[in-house]
Design a protein. Sequence first.
Length: 280
Amino acid sequence: MEIKYLTNEVVVEGLKEFSLRDTLDCGQCFRWNEAGDGFDGIVEGKYCHASQDGDTLKLSCVTKEEFDSLWSDYFDLERDYDMLKEGFRADVMLAETLRFAPGIRVLRQRPWETLCSYIISQNNNIKRIKGIVARLCENFGEPLADGHGYAFPTAERLAELDEEALAPIRCGFRAKYIIDASRKVASGEIELDKLCGMEIDEARRTLMTIKGVGPKVAECTLLYGFGRTECFPIDVWMKRAMAELFPEGLPECALKDAGIAQQYIFHYMRMRGAESASSQ
């Protein structure tokens, strides 16, 4: 991997088995939208246009400092996915799932935004989740200095509100959960920065003290927002996948990075159905 720092742009060359589209479209994030030759996204109040050509990732409107402090970590570029997947291939079925989406990476998103977004995700589809998140940012987030949209609102900002104030974002029953999460985080009752090093079961229990946060939302928050790759979110799709593909449980070769394996398994189930339909 070679990194080139240009004027207001960073180019990463030599990325093996990296797919920007599969990574941003697999349902793990909600603030990226297709635009032109790539995707527009906002993370930590920073705008980026990301595009890919072969093994080259181009990040526009990004400085060297922003790439080094934010975007390299966000796209998980320092993890050796080749070595990780080689370990996964010790299991025949897991190796088969890699064939369908070898370029997926698990993004290292920001804790508060991830928690709030996955509270919104409950009993929801991706299009609607993205709409609610966009309205949340437009109504309560700070406008970016470059005019490219709005930052994700802080817990402190949302903690000042009540459920009625969230009516414009049309999030329904989730409003009371967002308010409770905001107040617990803003008050310090839940210290998000401590969850990274906390024993995993304790971290799960801590998040589940928030109203509306059950095992799946806690697991997704820890995986996508804290980089806890041992977490393994389970929904209806994954229950079906595990029963069919791994009835005896996830193979030992994947336990350490179960959350990354989950992405390949989930995408495999989704794409396998599409492949079967197209062949008929």
